[in-house]
Design a binder for this molecule. Structure first.
Ligand SMILES: Cc1ncc(COP(=O)(O)O)c(C=O)c1O
Length: 277
């Protein structure tokens, strides 16, 4: 376990358990292994074995609603930086009972003054979350729920453990592109589902793009996106209302789309947990 604390040579990921199904386990597992590869951690098991361990753990937990969280570390070793003293990598997982529900109320956010991670570290889900923790603490100090990171070029990035999305006054859904931030499994799924609202004439288009703070602050609606939310409406940013300062209809329509996918979506997204009675 020592490497955990000394070097932080650890990547991690999460998947939601809802109604006895694991949601988007494969997308999370793929990202987990991409993170491991960037962190140069070799898994002690092939992907199929990791998946099977995670499923068996969920069965054993009997948990029907909560989160499955897992880590891959360079493994037990010494107090030195080089993982060459760690003979084998180690895989850990836990299941946490928790309430997973839709969010109907909006929250306030602030622009973070804590520097965001460079793209190499932001795109790899590793346990060095101190900047994320400090940015949440800063938001709480200012009476807000959480924060928004803006990159050095002035474009919107992401939140501390969530992606962010905007609906323009022209009814375009825009998400910041994923090249410098974490590729959110929920945000990616939203990009697949949201065109349904375009077909219905409720949204004009769905895209990823670079968005300036000025453009973003003048959007009609704004939201956080993440596995356990799946969408959290944002009604004010740096004490300035977003749109009319109320939870947006399109935000809630997107929340409904994701929620239906979580509770009744196709079996490509939902894996039934074979609990033993
Ligand atoms: C920094 C960061 N951005 C975005 C996300 C949202 O990703 P997901 O939708 O896969 O939960 C997370 C959560 O994993 C995160 O930690």
């Amino acid at each position: 376990m020592i490497t955990w604390f000394i070097e932080g040579t650890v990547v991690f990921d999460t998947a939601v358990i809802l109604d006895g199904y694991l949601y988007e386990l494969d997308a999370h597992l793929d990202r987990f292994l991409r993170s491991a590869s960037k962190a140069r951690i070799t898994s002690p098991f092939p992907r199929s074995t990791l998946r099977s361990i995670l499923l068996q753990l969920t069965v054993a937990s009997r948990c029907k609603e909560g989160t499955l969280r897992y880590w891959l570390s360079a493994g037990p070793g010494n107090f030195l930086l080089s993982p060459s003293g760690c003979p084998t990598s180690a895989f850990y997982a836990v299941v946490i009972d928790d309430v997973v529900s839709q969010h109907n109320d909006g929250v306030k956010v602030i622009t973070s003054t804590i520097p965001m991670k460079s793209p190499l570290f932001a795109t790899m889900k590793n346990v060095n979350y101190l900047p994320n923790v400090l940015s949440v603490m800063e938001a709480e100090d200012k009476g807000a729920f959480a924060s928004i990171w803006v990159d050095e070029e002035g474009f919107i990035a992401e939140g501390p453990n969530v992606n962010v999305a905007f609906i323009t006054n022209d009814k375009e859904l825009i998400l910041p592109s994923f090249d410098k931030i974490l590729s959110g499994c929920t945000a990616k799924r939203l990009l697949e589902l949201a065109p349904k609202l375009v077909e219905q004439g409720r949204l004009k288009s769905v895209k990823t793009a670079d968005l300036t703070v000025e453009e973003a602050k003048h959007s009609a609606e704004m939201m956080y996106i993440g596995s356990t939310l799946p969408i959290l409406p944002i009604i004010a940013w740096d004490e300035q209302p977003i749109g009319d300062g109320k939870v947006g209809d399109l935000t809630m329509a997107l929340s409904d789309l994701l929620w239906r996918d979580m509770v009744a979506g196709p079996n490509t997204q939902r894996l039934r947990v074979p609990y033993i009675n």
